[in-house]
Design a protein around this ligand. Structure first.
Ligand SMILES: Nc1nc2c(ncn2[C@@H]2O[C@H](COP(=O)(O)OP(=O)(O)O)[C@@H](O)[C@H]2O)c(=O)[nH]1
Ligand SMILES: [Mg+2]
Length: 257
């Protein structure tokens, strides 16, 4: 069984890392930090970074486009992935890695799309890490030119810290979550190449200002593209598919260079 990693103790990689466990007595430095925790946590981040770098080389060597889907629970990641697979399954080989604390519910949904899938149950851990993805990739053994969709554990904080070796992070947010999410969870939005605003079919029924959401997202990350969709009704999915095809072209061009 894997060591459980409580990433509630991490600041961003490279930041001044401190221990924040409540009620735990630890030796403290003059500034209140715990040198022992700093070293252990920095080691964990460095180890993950090394494995992620190896994953990235492996993906690039096989011209596999790996995308790391992150969101709060229920934003619609699996629904979007299911629909994408059903509509684009013939375009290229696909593979999916599903991350959840418990159950294989999402893997079953993906398997129904006739696409290879591995379910990872993280137990007490609130994010996927690079070693889990490495192990799943060995099992999937995807062919050259595949698109690997990695659905991370639903959580807008910890998955931002753990590189998996992906080509890009895709944040999925829904209009039921409030339009200030990029301001409240900036690290995740800064780490993302694409922001998908989902459940736009609900806009007539919820107080959500989509323009304000986009404005805040761009304040946090000016380079991020924002695409408004409805995964269930199908609104604007062509824009998402276009972005996906651009990533495949970029990857193939790099592989042939
Ligand atoms: N109205 C609406 N509901 C959606 C949409 N996308 C997903 N859902 C619903 O949101 C719930 C959570 O979706 P799911 O894909 O499991 O979210 P995940 O936890 O991010 O994977 C399910 O009941 C979906 O049917 C959408 O575009 N519009
Ligand atoms: Mg899901």
């Amino acid at each position: 069984m894997r060591d459980a990693l409580d990433c509630g103790n991490f600041d961003r990689p490279g930041d001044d890392v401190r221990a924040h466990r409540s009620g735990e007595q630890q030796p403290r430095g003059e500034d209140g930090s715990s040198p022992r925790s700093v070293r252990v946590e920095a080691d964990v981040m460095a180890k993950n970074g090394g494995i992620a770098a190896r994953n990235r080389v492996w993906f690039e060597g096989r011209n596999i486009v790996a995308l790391n889907f992150v969101s709060s629970p229920g934003a619609g990641k699996t629904t979007l992935i299911e629909r994408t697979l059903r509509e684009l399954v013939a375009e290229c080989p696909w593979a999916v890695i599903e991350g959840d604390q418990q159950t294989d519910n999402d893997a079953r949904r993906i398997a129904a799309c006739a696409v290879p899938v591995v379910q990872i149950n993280t137990g007490a851990v609130c994010h996927l890490d690079a070693q889990m993805v490495f192990d799943a990739c060995r099992e999937l053994n995807s062919p050259t030119g595949a698109v690997m969709l990695i659905e991370n554990v639903g959580n807008l904080i910890c998955p931002a810290l753990f590189d998996l070796g992906e080509a890009a992070k895709v944040v999925v947010t829904s209009v039921a979550e409030g339009d200030d999410k990029p301001a409240k969870y900036p690290y995740m939005f800064q780490a993302a190449s694409l922001v998908i605003l989902n459940k736009c079919d609900l806009l007539p029924y919820v107080p959500f200002d989509a323009d304000r959401f986009e404005q805040i997202a761009h304040q946090v990350n000016p380079a991020a593209r924002v695409i408004r969709v409805s995964a269930t009704r199908g609104d604007n999915l062509d824009a998402w598919y276009g972005w996906l095809r651009e990533r495949r072209t970029l990857s193939a061009t790099a592989a042939n260079a």
